[in-house]
Design a binder for this molecule. Structure first.
Ligand SMILES: NC(=O)c1ccc[n+]([C@@H]2O[C@H](COP(=O)([O-])OP(=O)(O)OC[C@H]3O[C@@H](n4cnc5c(N)ncnc54)[C@H](O)[C@@H]3O)[C@@H](O)[C@H]2O)c1
Length: 351
Protein backbone atom coordinates (compact mmCIF):
# COMPACT_ATOMS: atom_id res chain seq x y z
CA UNK A 1 0.00 0.00 0.00
CA UNK A 2 1.09 3.57 -0.56
CA UNK A 3 0.81 4.38 3.16
CA UNK A 4 -2.00 5.54 5.40
CA UNK A 5 -4.57 3.28 6.88
CA UNK A 6 -6.97 2.85 3.96
CA UNK A 7 -6.61 0.85 0.78
CA UNK A 8 -6.63 3.15 -2.25
CA UNK A 9 -8.75 1.57 -4.96
CA UNK A 10 -9.09 2.36 -8.66
CA UNK A 11 -11.87 0.97 -10.85
CA UNK A 12 -11.22 0.67 -14.59
CA UNK A 13 -14.49 0.25 -16.55
CA UNK A 14 -17.58 1.87 -15.04
CA UNK A 15 -20.28 -0.40 -16.47
CA UNK A 16 -22.67 -2.90 -14.87
CA UNK A 17 -20.05 -4.38 -12.56
CA UNK A 18 -17.68 -1.40 -12.28
CA UNK A 19 -20.25 1.05 -10.98
CA UNK A 20 -21.47 -1.44 -8.36
CA UNK A 21 -17.89 -2.21 -7.30
CA UNK A 22 -17.16 1.53 -7.02
CA UNK A 23 -20.20 2.10 -4.80
CA UNK A 24 -19.32 -0.92 -2.65
CA UNK A 25 -15.70 0.25 -2.23
CA UNK A 26 -16.98 3.67 -1.16
CA UNK A 27 -19.04 1.92 1.55
CA UNK A 28 -16.00 0.20 3.15
CA UNK A 29 -14.49 2.09 6.08
CA UNK A 30 -11.03 0.65 5.28
CA UNK A 31 -11.04 1.64 1.59
CA UNK A 32 -10.85 4.86 -0.41
CA UNK A 33 -12.16 5.01 -3.94
CA UNK A 34 -9.55 7.08 -5.79
CA UNK A 35 -11.58 7.23 -8.98
CA UNK A 36 -12.98 5.38 -11.97
CA UNK A 37 -11.79 5.20 -15.58
CA UNK A 38 -13.82 4.57 -18.71
CA UNK A 39 -14.00 5.38 -22.43
CA UNK A 40 -17.73 6.10 -22.76
CA UNK A 41 -18.97 9.66 -23.24
CA UNK A 42 -22.67 9.47 -22.42
CA UNK A 43 -25.04 9.37 -19.41
CA UNK A 44 -23.14 6.47 -17.87
CA UNK A 45 -19.92 8.44 -17.35
CA UNK A 46 -21.89 11.47 -16.12
CA UNK A 47 -22.91 9.47 -13.06
CA UNK A 48 -19.55 9.50 -11.21
CA UNK A 49 -19.66 13.32 -10.90
CA UNK A 50 -23.12 13.12 -9.33
CA UNK A 51 -21.63 10.92 -6.61
CA UNK A 52 -18.44 12.93 -6.11
CA UNK A 53 -16.34 10.24 -7.80
CA UNK A 54 -13.36 11.36 -9.91
CA UNK A 55 -13.49 10.23 -13.55
CA UNK A 56 -10.37 9.39 -15.56
CA UNK A 57 -9.91 8.72 -19.28
CA UNK A 58 -8.98 5.07 -19.66
CA UNK A 59 -7.66 5.55 -23.18
CA UNK A 60 -6.11 8.74 -24.63
CA UNK A 61 -7.94 8.02 -27.92
CA UNK A 62 -11.26 8.71 -26.15
CA UNK A 63 -10.23 11.61 -23.91
CA UNK A 64 -11.13 14.39 -26.37
CA UNK A 65 -14.58 12.90 -27.05
CA UNK A 66 -15.15 12.63 -23.31
CA UNK A 67 -14.13 16.27 -22.75
CA UNK A 68 -16.22 17.40 -25.74
CA UNK A 69 -19.22 15.71 -24.12
CA UNK A 70 -18.69 17.98 -21.11
CA UNK A 71 -17.13 15.39 -18.82
CA UNK A 72 -14.64 16.72 -16.29
CA UNK A 73 -11.60 14.45 -16.38
CA UNK A 74 -9.28 14.14 -13.41
CA UNK A 75 -6.54 12.70 -15.60
CA UNK A 76 -5.58 9.58 -17.51
CA UNK A 77 -5.36 5.94 -16.45
CA UNK A 78 -1.66 6.26 -15.58
CA UNK A 79 -2.50 9.02 -13.10
CA UNK A 80 -5.28 6.94 -11.56
CA UNK A 81 -3.01 3.92 -11.21
CA UNK A 82 -0.20 6.03 -9.72
CA UNK A 83 -2.52 7.22 -6.95
CA UNK A 84 -3.86 3.73 -6.12
CA UNK A 85 -2.79 0.55 -4.34
CA UNK A 86 -4.95 -1.74 -6.45
CA UNK A 87 -7.05 -1.58 -9.63
CA UNK A 88 -10.27 -3.49 -10.24
CA UNK A 89 -10.61 -4.06 -13.96
CA UNK A 90 -14.30 -4.16 -14.88
CA UNK A 91 -13.93 -3.64 -18.61
CA UNK A 92 -15.85 -5.90 -21.02
CA UNK A 93 -14.80 -9.48 -21.68
CA UNK A 94 -11.22 -9.89 -22.90
CA UNK A 95 -10.27 -6.19 -22.69
CA UNK A 96 -8.81 -6.65 -19.21
CA UNK A 97 -6.36 -9.24 -20.53
CA UNK A 98 -4.87 -6.46 -22.70
CA UNK A 99 -4.54 -4.13 -19.69
CA UNK A 100 -2.58 -6.61 -17.64
CA UNK A 101 0.77 -5.67 -19.18
CA UNK A 102 0.26 -2.05 -18.09
CA UNK A 103 -0.70 -3.14 -14.57
CA UNK A 104 2.34 -5.38 -14.28
CA UNK A 105 4.68 -2.66 -15.57
CA UNK A 106 3.23 -0.19 -13.08
CA UNK A 107 3.62 -2.77 -10.31
CA UNK A 108 0.04 -2.25 -9.14
CA UNK A 109 -2.03 -5.14 -7.79
CA UNK A 110 -5.05 -5.96 -9.94
CA UNK A 111 -8.30 -7.88 -10.03
CA UNK A 112 -10.01 -8.99 -13.24
CA UNK A 113 -13.51 -10.37 -13.63
CA UNK A 114 -15.20 -13.49 -14.94
CA UNK A 115 -15.04 -12.55 -18.62
CA UNK A 116 -11.32 -13.25 -18.48
CA UNK A 117 -9.65 -16.64 -18.44
CA UNK A 118 -8.07 -18.15 -15.32
CA UNK A 119 -4.67 -17.94 -17.05
CA UNK A 120 -4.78 -14.11 -17.04
CA UNK A 121 -3.93 -14.11 -13.31
CA UNK A 122 -3.32 -17.81 -12.53
CA UNK A 123 -5.67 -17.52 -9.55
CA UNK A 124 -9.47 -17.57 -9.40
CA UNK A 125 -11.26 -16.28 -6.32
CA UNK A 126 -14.37 -17.05 -4.29
CA UNK A 127 -14.03 -15.71 -0.75
CA UNK A 128 -15.53 -18.64 1.17
CA UNK A 129 -13.50 -21.20 -0.79
CA UNK A 130 -9.98 -19.82 -1.17
CA UNK A 131 -9.48 -16.36 0.37
CA UNK A 132 -6.26 -17.43 2.06
CA UNK A 133 -4.59 -18.56 -1.19
CA UNK A 134 -4.98 -15.04 -2.59
CA UNK A 135 -3.19 -13.37 0.33
CA UNK A 136 -0.41 -11.13 -0.85
CA UNK A 137 -0.68 -12.18 -4.53
CA UNK A 138 -0.31 -9.47 -7.16
CA UNK A 139 -3.54 -10.43 -8.92
CA UNK A 140 -6.62 -12.61 -8.99
CA UNK A 141 -9.76 -13.19 -11.05
CA UNK A 142 -13.12 -12.88 -9.33
CA UNK A 143 -14.98 -15.65 -11.17
CA UNK A 144 -18.26 -15.08 -13.03
CA UNK A 145 -21.64 -14.74 -11.38
CA UNK A 146 -22.68 -18.32 -12.17
CA UNK A 147 -19.36 -19.78 -11.09
CA UNK A 148 -19.43 -17.77 -7.84
CA UNK A 149 -22.84 -19.23 -7.00
CA UNK A 150 -21.70 -22.77 -7.82
CA UNK A 151 -18.58 -22.52 -5.66
CA UNK A 152 -20.49 -20.92 -2.76
CA UNK A 153 -23.16 -23.60 -2.66
CA UNK A 154 -20.98 -26.64 -3.37
CA UNK A 155 -18.36 -25.44 -0.85
CA UNK A 156 -21.09 -25.17 1.80
CA UNK A 157 -22.00 -28.82 1.17
CA UNK A 158 -18.36 -29.87 0.99
CA UNK A 159 -17.50 -28.24 4.34
CA UNK A 160 -20.15 -30.37 6.02
CA UNK A 161 -19.26 -33.61 4.25
CA UNK A 162 -22.42 -33.63 2.15
CA UNK A 163 -20.91 -33.24 -1.32
CA UNK A 164 -20.38 -36.15 -3.65
CA UNK A 165 -21.06 -35.34 -7.30
CA UNK A 166 -22.96 -32.28 -8.49
CA UNK A 167 -24.88 -31.85 -11.76
CA UNK A 168 -26.50 -28.52 -12.57
CA UNK A 169 -28.66 -26.94 -15.25
CA UNK A 170 -28.28 -23.18 -15.58
CA UNK A 171 -31.00 -20.97 -17.06
CA UNK A 172 -29.08 -17.84 -17.98
CA UNK A 173 -30.54 -14.37 -18.42
CA UNK A 174 -30.23 -13.20 -22.01
CA UNK A 175 -28.66 -9.78 -21.44
CA UNK A 176 -28.47 -7.05 -18.78
CA UNK A 177 -31.59 -4.89 -18.23
CA UNK A 178 -30.02 -1.51 -19.09
CA UNK A 179 -29.01 -2.70 -22.56
CA UNK A 180 -31.91 -4.98 -23.41
CA UNK A 181 -33.03 -2.62 -26.19
CA UNK A 182 -29.75 -3.36 -27.95
CA UNK A 183 -29.82 -7.14 -28.08
CA UNK A 184 -31.05 -10.32 -26.45
CA UNK A 185 -33.38 -13.10 -27.46
CA UNK A 186 -37.18 -13.33 -27.69
CA UNK A 187 -39.61 -16.22 -28.00
CA UNK A 188 -36.96 -18.87 -27.88
CA UNK A 189 -34.58 -20.77 -25.61
CA UNK A 190 -30.98 -21.14 -26.72
CA UNK A 191 -29.03 -24.15 -25.44
CA UNK A 192 -25.26 -23.82 -25.13
CA UNK A 193 -23.75 -26.02 -27.82
CA UNK A 194 -21.55 -28.09 -25.54
CA UNK A 195 -21.90 -30.18 -22.42
CA UNK A 196 -20.37 -29.42 -20.01
CA UNK A 197 -20.99 -25.70 -20.28
CA UNK A 198 -17.95 -23.68 -19.19
CA UNK A 199 -19.17 -22.90 -15.64
CA UNK A 200 -18.47 -26.39 -14.20
CA UNK A 201 -14.83 -26.46 -15.35
CA UNK A 202 -14.57 -22.82 -14.25
CA UNK A 203 -15.66 -23.77 -10.71
CA UNK A 204 -12.80 -26.29 -10.74
CA UNK A 205 -10.38 -23.40 -11.35
CA UNK A 206 -11.24 -22.35 -7.77
CA UNK A 207 -11.55 -25.87 -6.31
CA UNK A 208 -10.09 -28.60 -8.53
CA UNK A 209 -11.63 -31.32 -6.31
CA UNK A 210 -15.23 -30.46 -7.21
CA UNK A 211 -16.97 -33.25 -9.14
CA UNK A 212 -19.25 -30.94 -11.10
CA UNK A 213 -20.92 -30.94 -14.52
CA UNK A 214 -23.01 -28.05 -15.81
CA UNK A 215 -25.42 -27.63 -18.72
CA UNK A 216 -26.73 -24.20 -19.68
CA UNK A 217 -29.26 -22.40 -21.81
CA UNK A 218 -30.17 -18.79 -22.43
CA UNK A 219 -33.71 -17.69 -21.58
CA UNK A 220 -35.57 -14.58 -22.85
CA UNK A 221 -35.52 -12.43 -19.70
CA UNK A 222 -33.04 -10.08 -18.05
CA UNK A 223 -33.58 -10.25 -14.27
CA UNK A 224 -31.25 -12.99 -13.05
CA UNK A 225 -30.08 -16.56 -13.59
CA UNK A 226 -31.87 -19.62 -12.19
CA UNK A 227 -30.02 -22.85 -11.40
CA UNK A 228 -31.34 -26.38 -10.82
CA UNK A 229 -28.99 -28.81 -9.07
CA UNK A 230 -28.93 -32.53 -8.46
CA UNK A 231 -26.35 -33.72 -5.92
CA UNK A 232 -25.27 -37.23 -4.99
CA UNK A 233 -24.27 -37.07 -1.33
CA UNK A 234 -21.69 -39.48 0.15
CA UNK A 235 -24.39 -40.73 2.57
CA UNK A 236 -28.04 -40.34 3.38
CA UNK A 237 -28.81 -37.05 5.07
CA UNK A 238 -31.86 -35.22 6.37
CA UNK A 239 -33.28 -32.08 4.84
CA UNK A 240 -32.43 -30.20 8.05
CA UNK A 241 -28.77 -31.21 7.82
CA UNK A 242 -28.62 -29.88 4.28
CA UNK A 243 -30.38 -26.63 5.20
CA UNK A 244 -27.99 -26.17 8.14
CA UNK A 245 -25.06 -26.58 5.74
CA UNK A 246 -26.41 -23.79 3.54
CA UNK A 247 -27.36 -21.64 6.55
CA UNK A 248 -23.74 -21.75 7.71
CA UNK A 249 -22.81 -19.59 4.72
CA UNK A 250 -23.51 -15.89 5.14
CA UNK A 251 -23.68 -15.60 1.36
CA UNK A 252 -26.49 -18.06 0.81
CA UNK A 253 -29.95 -16.79 1.76
CA UNK A 254 -32.71 -19.33 2.22
CA UNK A 255 -36.00 -18.08 0.81
CA UNK A 256 -39.45 -19.61 0.71
CA UNK A 257 -42.07 -20.04 -1.95
CA UNK A 258 -44.50 -19.91 0.96
CA UNK A 259 -43.40 -16.33 1.70
CA UNK A 260 -44.63 -15.30 -1.74
CA UNK A 261 -41.13 -15.43 -3.17
CA UNK A 262 -42.21 -17.66 -6.01
CA UNK A 263 -40.21 -16.09 -8.82
CA UNK A 264 -37.15 -13.97 -9.65
CA UNK A 265 -39.10 -10.72 -9.97
CA UNK A 266 -40.54 -11.05 -6.46
CA UNK A 267 -37.07 -11.51 -4.96
CA UNK A 268 -35.76 -8.48 -6.87
CA UNK A 269 -38.72 -6.45 -5.63
CA UNK A 270 -37.88 -7.43 -2.07
CA UNK A 271 -34.28 -6.25 -2.56
CA UNK A 272 -35.67 -2.91 -3.76
CA UNK A 273 -37.86 -2.73 -0.66
CA UNK A 274 -34.81 -3.40 1.52
CA UNK A 275 -33.31 -0.31 -0.10
CA UNK A 276 -30.36 -2.18 -1.53
CA UNK A 277 -28.50 -0.15 -4.20
CA UNK A 278 -29.56 -1.29 -7.69
CA UNK A 279 -31.92 -3.81 -6.00
CA UNK A 280 -28.83 -5.96 -5.50
CA UNK A 281 -29.20 -9.54 -4.29
CA UNK A 282 -25.64 -10.24 -3.16
CA UNK A 283 -26.54 -13.68 -1.79
CA UNK A 284 -27.43 -16.88 -3.60
CA UNK A 285 -31.20 -17.06 -2.93
CA UNK A 286 -32.02 -20.75 -2.45
CA UNK A 287 -35.59 -22.03 -2.02
CA UNK A 288 -35.66 -23.98 1.23
CA UNK A 289 -39.21 -25.26 0.88
CA UNK A 290 -38.57 -26.57 -2.64
CA UNK A 291 -35.35 -28.35 -1.64
CA UNK A 292 -35.79 -32.14 -1.65
CA UNK A 293 -33.73 -34.93 -0.14
CA UNK A 294 -34.30 -38.50 -1.28
CA UNK A 295 -31.93 -40.89 0.46
CA UNK A 296 -28.47 -39.82 -0.63
CA UNK A 297 -29.81 -37.60 -3.42
CA UNK A 298 -30.36 -33.88 -3.03
CA UNK A 299 -32.26 -31.53 -5.36
CA UNK A 300 -32.56 -27.75 -5.15
CA UNK A 301 -32.89 -24.54 -7.13
CA UNK A 302 -31.62 -21.01 -6.58
CA UNK A 303 -31.49 -17.53 -8.04
CA UNK A 304 -28.30 -15.69 -8.98
CA UNK A 305 -28.44 -11.90 -9.37
CA UNK A 306 -25.70 -11.80 -11.98
CA UNK A 307 -25.14 -8.07 -11.59
CA UNK A 308 -24.67 -8.22 -7.81
CA UNK A 309 -23.26 -11.54 -6.61
CA UNK A 310 -19.62 -10.79 -7.47
CA UNK A 311 -19.58 -7.45 -5.65
CA UNK A 312 -18.87 -8.74 -2.09
CA UNK A 313 -16.32 -11.19 -3.54
CA UNK A 314 -14.50 -8.28 -5.19
CA UNK A 315 -14.34 -6.38 -1.90
CA UNK A 316 -12.87 -9.43 -0.14
CA UNK A 317 -10.39 -9.97 -2.99
CA UNK A 318 -9.14 -6.40 -2.46
CA UNK A 319 -8.38 -7.14 1.21
CA UNK A 320 -6.75 -10.48 0.34
CA UNK A 321 -4.42 -9.14 -2.35
CA UNK A 322 -3.36 -6.10 -0.34
CA UNK A 323 -2.88 -8.28 2.76
CA UNK A 324 -5.04 -5.82 4.69
CA UNK A 325 -6.86 -8.70 6.38
CA UNK A 326 -5.26 -12.13 6.77
CA UNK A 327 -8.44 -13.83 7.92
CA UNK A 328 -11.02 -14.53 5.22
CA UNK A 329 -13.88 -14.87 7.69
CA UNK A 330 -13.01 -11.48 9.20
CA UNK A 331 -12.92 -9.82 5.77
CA UNK A 332 -16.25 -11.36 4.81
CA UNK A 333 -17.81 -10.20 8.06
CA UNK A 334 -16.65 -6.63 7.36
CA UNK A 335 -17.89 -6.74 3.78
CA UNK A 336 -21.19 -8.24 4.85
CA UNK A 337 -21.71 -5.59 7.46
CA UNK A 338 -20.93 -2.69 5.10
CA UNK A 339 -23.20 -4.05 2.34
CA UNK A 340 -25.90 -5.59 4.51
CA UNK A 341 -25.14 -9.08 3.16
CA UNK A 342 -26.93 -11.81 5.06
CA UNK A 343 -29.10 -9.28 6.90
CA UNK A 344 -32.18 -10.61 5.20
CA UNK A 345 -34.29 -11.68 8.08
CA UNK A 346 -37.36 -12.26 5.94
CA UNK A 347 -40.71 -13.41 7.14
CA UNK A 348 -41.76 -14.26 10.68
CA UNK A 349 -41.03 -17.90 11.37
CA UNK A 350 -38.05 -17.94 9.03
CA UNK A 351 -35.36 -20.04 10.66
N1 LIG B 1 -22.90 -8.16 -16.36
C1 LIG B 1 -22.84 -9.18 -15.56
O1 LIG B 1 -23.87 -9.72 -15.15
C2 LIG B 1 -21.54 -9.73 -15.07
C3 LIG B 1 -21.57 -10.58 -13.96
C4 LIG B 1 -20.37 -11.06 -13.44
C5 LIG B 1 -19.16 -10.76 -14.08
N2 LIG B 1 -19.18 -9.95 -15.19
C6 LIG B 1 -17.87 -9.65 -15.78
O2 LIG B 1 -17.50 -8.33 -15.36
C7 LIG B 1 -16.71 -7.71 -16.40
C8 LIG B 1 -17.39 -6.42 -16.78
O3 LIG B 1 -18.67 -6.73 -17.34
P1 LIG B 1 -19.86 -5.68 -17.37
O4 LIG B 1 -21.09 -6.47 -17.57
O5 LIG B 1 -19.75 -4.75 -16.24
O6 LIG B 1 -19.53 -4.91 -18.72
P2 LIG B 1 -20.22 -3.54 -19.23
O7 LIG B 1 -20.18 -3.60 -20.70
O8 LIG B 1 -21.50 -3.30 -18.54
O9 LIG B 1 -19.22 -2.43 -18.71
C9 LIG B 1 -17.94 -2.27 -19.21
C10 LIG B 1 -17.51 -0.81 -19.07
O10 LIG B 1 -16.16 -0.71 -19.52
C11 LIG B 1 -16.06 0.39 -20.40
N3 LIG B 1 -14.93 0.17 -21.32
C12 LIG B 1 -14.93 -0.37 -22.57
N4 LIG B 1 -13.67 -0.41 -23.04
C13 LIG B 1 -12.87 0.10 -22.08
C14 LIG B 1 -11.47 0.32 -21.97
N5 LIG B 1 -10.64 -0.01 -22.96
N6 LIG B 1 -10.98 0.88 -20.84
C15 LIG B 1 -11.82 1.23 -19.81
N7 LIG B 1 -13.16 1.06 -19.87
C16 LIG B 1 -13.66 0.49 -20.99
C17 LIG B 1 -17.41 0.49 -21.07
O11 LIG B 1 -17.65 1.81 -21.58
C18 LIG B 1 -18.36 0.13 -19.92
O12 LIG B 1 -18.71 1.27 -19.15
C19 LIG B 1 -16.59 -8.76 -17.51
O13 LIG B 1 -15.43 -9.52 -17.27
C20 LIG B 1 -17.81 -9.62 -17.30
O14 LIG B 1 -17.68 -10.90 -17.84
C21 LIG B 1 -20.32 -9.42 -15.69
Amino acid sequence: MTGGTTIKVAVNGYGVIGKRVADAVAQQPDMDLVGVADVAADWRTRMPATKGIALYAADPAHADTMRAAGLALAGDLDALLAASDIVIDCTPKRIAAGNVEKYRKTGIRFIVHGGEKHSVTGHSFVAEANYETALGRDSTRVVSCNTTSIVRTLSALKRTGLLGSARGTLLRRATDPWESHLGGIMNTLVPEPEIPSHQGPDAQSVDPDLDVVTMALKVPQTLAHLHYWSIRMPRKASKDEVLDAFRASSRIALIRMADGLGALNAVKEMMADFGRPNDSLYEVALWEDMLKVQGDELFYAYMVDNQAIVIPETIDAIRALTGAEADGAASMARTNEALGVGAFGLAPGHA
